[in-house]
Design a binder for this molecule. Structure first.
Ligand code: NI
Length: 227
């Protein structure tokens, strides 16, 4: 499932992010790439430990903790501290699959990358190219979103970023380890949660069938989750 989550950051947050990132200490993006992806990766990245990356990253994680759509779709166990990249002057990232395990959780904990996230931080009309192309069962999806919107997609997919031929594309990218490792199970739970929420608005909180369905949702999580 490839899911767009709109307005993870609002207009004023985006303005602050853009100002903070304009003169940030950008370095070579290959420092966090695995062997294969280092060959394909041509962009700039903020050092993981830089003050601006840590401060803005914490703000993104806090926004995701409040975002009900993200919580429902990802069922996160761990969120990797967000990283930031910049593509300009022909920068691109060729086809690759993200590394399965990454150190970088709290206290150096390793995180299994179940889901990949890209949070767009530049207005799409300010740059040409820079589409995120993701191969899924339906074919190739091309993603280029307004600033503040995010795409969530399975980390198992082959994906790439097309060359940026005008302007600059700045984004945050990171991974999620889900409590539900298997994506087909995660998709069932997401569908079920959306249906429960729709039903709640139709029949109210106390309808017996809604209570039973909500119970079944939690019992499936109990059966499938690793926490
Ligand atoms: Ni990637």
């Amino acid at each position: 499932m490839i899911l767009t989550i709109e307005n993870v950051l609002d207009v004023s947050a985006i303005a602050r992010f853009q100002a903070a990132l304009a003169d940030a200490p950008w370095g070579d993006g290959r420092v966090t790439a695995g062997y294969q992806s280092a060959l394909a990766k041509h962009n700039l990245q903020l050092p993981e430990q830089s003050e601006v990356a840590r401060t803005l990253g914490a703000e993104i994680v806090a926004a995701l903790e409040r975002n009900l759509l993200f919580q429902s779709a990802a069922l996160p166990a761990e969120i990797f501290p967000p990283l930031f990249n910049k593509y300009e002057g022909g920068h691109a990232f060729g086809a690759h699959v993200d590394s399965a395990i990454r150190p970088g959780g709290a206290g150096g904990k390793r995180i299994r990358t179940d889901l990949s996230c890209t949070l767009f931080l530049s207005a799409p009309e300010t740059y040409d190219g820079g589409e995120l192309l993701i191969e899924d069962a339906l074919g190739q999806q091309s993603i280029k979103l307004p600033a503040g919107h995010m795409v969530l997609y399975p980390a198992t997919t082959l994906h790439r970023v097309t060359p940026v031929t005008r302007g600059a594309r700045v984004a945050s990218f990171f991974w999620v380890q889900s409590m539900i490792r298997e994506q087909s199970q995660r998709a069932i739970l997401f569908d079920m949660d959306l249906a429960i929420q729709n039903l709640r608005s139709e029949v109210g909180d106390e309808h017996a069938a809604l209570i039973a369905l909500t119970g079944a949702y939690h019992n499936l999580i109990r059966q499938w989750a690793e926490v």
